[in-house]
Every structure is written in structure tokens, then in C-alpha cells.
Design a protein around this ligand. Structure first.
Ligand code: NAD
Ligand code: IPM
Ligand code: MN
Length: 376
């Protein structure tokens, strides 16, 4: 038996609701694969930790995360902690920093053809969209020196060459994994580096260092540069234009990956992995969290879409545990459930995707599909 140690941090509002469904899916993987054991420990992060301990994450929980094999993270924050210092969100930032989870991988895909209808963008434009945002996750304006006074505040947006270099290596690795055809074939995918080199000194460093890394280490990968503002516009106007990898800094990556949710029509299906190594170079610790937040506007009603959290779990199996077959099984189960053709005419979708199913309905259907895929 191989035992994997997972720290589970459900967080606030919809966080616990979607994490519950992901853990059910993990139970099914364990049931179908008796040689795998997923040991889970639970702890507090975010507003719930502020309520219990006065801080959004305790040093003990940070230590626990660092000694785990991976962290399954829900989402944190909510109106009840408005004005709290430090706030719930800073707990997540401390965790990313502590694990040195420097690469945040955020795939965006219209998962099944019929989901084009969930997008506000014309179907013929959105069909076939498949790109992966690789967001630098431990530097930039998020982690530079901060000054916060009553009438003046600043965030130092600083990058060192090494930080850009290691993120570029992850972007290159993802370009090889997804391939030009989006399924691993046709040679490496195009990498679009996004910055504001026309305005920001850190943006000029980003562009220069990225170009240097690709020239030296990945001459076979096509690298293009696009200013972040026009990229945001083009992602909406012509989403398939960026099929491939979007390599970008912390702030732009945060914004561009929520544009992904505008493209798919919901944040509810977008997973993410914040990892501390280069994909393909062995196991590494990571934080597996949806792109979306704690959605206080819909929490507590059993209607939140659990797919983003469940696909984040699949990313954990893939990137931290190298369990590619089990990861694919979960991903295929999700598409089967979302595709009405896969369920004998029954579509099992939450409200954000135009359906009427509950959070648990979707989670249970995915469990059934995983069981049937893995027991073949
Ligand atoms: P949000 O992502 O929580 O919600 C934006 C909109 O998308 C809301 O209308 C919400 O109902 C909807 N939505 C989000 N996830 C959904 C899902 N799985 N299924 C169906 N609908 C979904 O963004 P927000 O409202 O700006 O932020 C709420 C709180 O979450 C804030 O405190 C913010 O700081 C925090 N946040 C936390 C994380 C995290 O913990 N990783 C990420 C982003 C935001
Ligand atoms: C995200 C969130 C976080 C971020 C917040 C909650 C700290 O928006 O994961 O996208 O800005 O990185
Ligand atoms: Mn965000």
C-alpha cells in the first residue's frame, strides 16, 4: 500500500460544501484501488480560523501543510470578516508562500460541446476553447513590501529573474503536456507570455527573462508576447486564439483566470493547482483549490457547483501523486456527468450551468461514474 498524506482545509462558506463532494470522489478512488491509501487530516484556514484562533492560519497548520504530501483547499473569506486584519485571504497567501507553491496552473476548457450554451459568448467562437493559465504565485505585487497608512498605501511589485525563470519552466512543461492539439499531440503548444512591458519595469524584466529562458532551454517551443490589457480583450473576443499556455505574473494571472470563468459562463468548473515543482520532474507538494472564491451569495443552499473542486482533486492526483490514470478517470467522469448524452438524456448540472441538480447530486453522479470507469 502507498499512503498519501493530505491536509484538508475546507475554509469558509461554499468551501466545505464543495470539499465534501471532492472527498466522496476520493473515497471512490480508494475503494477501487485498494493499494492506495489517502490519509486525511483536517484543519482550519480563513475566516473560521480567525474566529477560532484570531489568525487566518496558525503556524501549526502551516507546519502541517509543509509536512503533508498535498493540500486540498476549499475557499476562504466572506462579508463577516470585512475589515479584519489580517483578513481570511491572507491565510491562503501565507500558505502559498510557506509551500513555495510558485506555479499556479489554471486550465480553462469548455468541457463538453453542449456547454457552449452556458457561455455568454457566441457558440461558434467559444467552441474548442482550451488554454492553461500558468500564473506566477509567490511574487509580484502580492508579496512585495506593503505600506498601509490612512492616506497612502503601496504594494511593491517586484520580480527577481529566478522567479520568472522557474515559472517559465513550468509554462514550457505544460506546453509539452497539452500539445498543439490540446491532447498532447502535434508538438508543444504555443506559449503566450502576458505582461505590461510597455509601462512596468517588472514587466520588461518578465519579458526579457522569459524570452531568454525559451531561447536557451526551449527553442522548439513557440513563444509569443501579448500585453495583458489587450490580451484580456482578445480572450473575450476570440477565446480560441490563446489555445495553449498563458504565462503570466501573479496579478495579471489572477484577473485573466477569472476571465476564464466569463468564457465558460461560470467559475464553477475551473480548477487550479499551486505547485512547488516542475510538472513531469517527480512528486511535489501543492495546494489544490478552485479558481472561484467562497461565493457567500449562494452558500448554505446546496446549489454550488462542486466540479471545480473535484477537478482540483484530479490535479492533485496528477501533479502531486503522479496517479495519472486515476486523475483521468475523475476528469472523464466529470465530462460524462455534464454531458447529457452520457447519462441517457439526463443532464446533471447545477444552476450556474443551467441545471437544477444540487451540489450533492452532481458529486454523487461523478462518484458513480468514477466507480464505473475505475472498476473496468
Ligand atoms: P467568488 O468567486 O466567490 O464568486 C463570484 C461569483 O461566482 C458569485 O456570483 C458566485 O456565486 C459564483 N460562483 C463562484 N463559485 C461558484 C461555484 N462553484 N458554483 C456556482 N457559482 C459559483 O468571488 P467573490 O464573490 O468576489 O469573492 C467572495 C469571497 O471569496 C471574497 O472574500 C474573496 O476574497 C474570496 N476568494 C477566495 C478565494 C480562495 O479562497 N481561493 C478565491 C477567490 C476569492
Ligand atoms: C484566487 C484568489 C486569491 C488570489 C485571493 C483569495 C487571495 O482570488 O486564488 O484567485 O488573489 O490569489
Ligand atoms: Mn482570484
Amino acid at each position: 500500500t502507498t499512503t498519501y498524506h493530505i491536509l484538508v482545509l475546507p475554509g469558509d462558506h461554499v468551501g466545505p460544501e464543495v470539499v465534501t463532494e471532492a472527498l466522496k470522489v476520493l473515497d471512490v478512488v480508494e475503494e477501487c484501488r485498494p493499494s492506495l491509501h489517502f490519509e486525511r487530516e483536517f484543519a482550519l484556514a480563513g475566516g473560521c480560523s480567525i474566529n477560532a484562533h484570531g489568525v487566518p492560519i496558525t503556524p501549526a497548520v502551516l507546519d502541517q501543510a509543509a509536512s503533508s504530501d498535498a493540500v486540498l483547499f476549499g475557499s476562504v473569506g466572506g462579508p463577516e470578516w470585512a475589515g479584519s486584519h489580517p483578513n481570511p485571504e491572507s491565510g491562503l497567501l501565507s500558505l502559498r508562500q510557506r509551500l513555495d507553491a510558485f506555479a499556479n496552473i489554471r486550465p480553462c476548457e469548455v468541457l463538453v460541446p453542449s456547454l457552449v450554451g452556458a457561455s455568454p459568448i457566441k457558440s461558434e467562437l467559444v467552441a474548442g476553447t482550451k488554454f492553461v493559465v500558468v500564473r506566477e504565485n509567490c511574487g509580484g505585487a502580492y508579496f512585495g513590501e506593503k505600506v498601509e497608512e490612512e492616506d497612502r498605501a503601496s504594494d511593491l511589485w517586484v520580480y527577481r529573474a529566478e522567479e520568472v525563470e522557474r515559472c517559465a519552466r513550468v509554462s514550457a512543461a505544460i506546453a509539452r503536456i497539452i500539445g498543439r492539439d490540446g491532447r498532447g499531440g502535434g508538438g508543444p503548444a504555443v506559449v503566450w507570455s502576458s505582461d505590461k512591458a510597455n509601462v512596468l519595469a517588472s514587466g520588461r524584466l518578465w519579458r526579457r527573462v522569459t524570452q531568454r529562458v525559451f531561447d536557451k532551454e526551449f527553442p522548439d517551443i513557440e513563444l509569443r508576447h501579448q500585453l495583458a490589457d489587450s490580451m484580456a480583450m482578445l480572450m473575450v473576443k476570440d477565446p480560441t486564439m490563446f489555445n495553449g499556455v498563458i504565462h503570466t505574473d501573479n496579478t495579471f494571472g489572477d484577473i485573466l483566470s477569472d476571465i476564464s470563468g466569463g468564457i465558460t459562463g461560470t467559475l464553477g468548473i475551473l480548477p487550479s493547482a499551486s505547485i512547488s515543482g516542475i510538472p513531469g520532474s517527480g512528486r511535489c507538494n501543492g495546494i489544490y483549490e478552485p479558481v472561484h472564491g467562497s461565493a457567500p451569495d449562494i452558500s448554505g443552499k446546496g446549489v454550488v457547483n462542486p466540479v471545480a473542486q473535484i477537478l482540483s482533486l484530479a490535479m492533485m492526483l496528477r501533479y502531486s501523486f503522479l496517479l495519472t490514470e486515476e486523475a483521468s478517470a475523475i476528469e472523464n467522469a466529470v465530462t460524462r456527468v455534464l454531458d447529457e448524452k452520457g447519462n441517457g438524456g439526463l443532464e446533471i448540472r447545477t444552476k450556474d450551468l443551467g441545471g437544477t441538480a444540487s451540489t450533492a447530486d452532481v458529486g454523487n453522479a461523478i462518484c458513480t461514474a468514477v466507480r464505473s470507469i475505475l472498476s473496468k
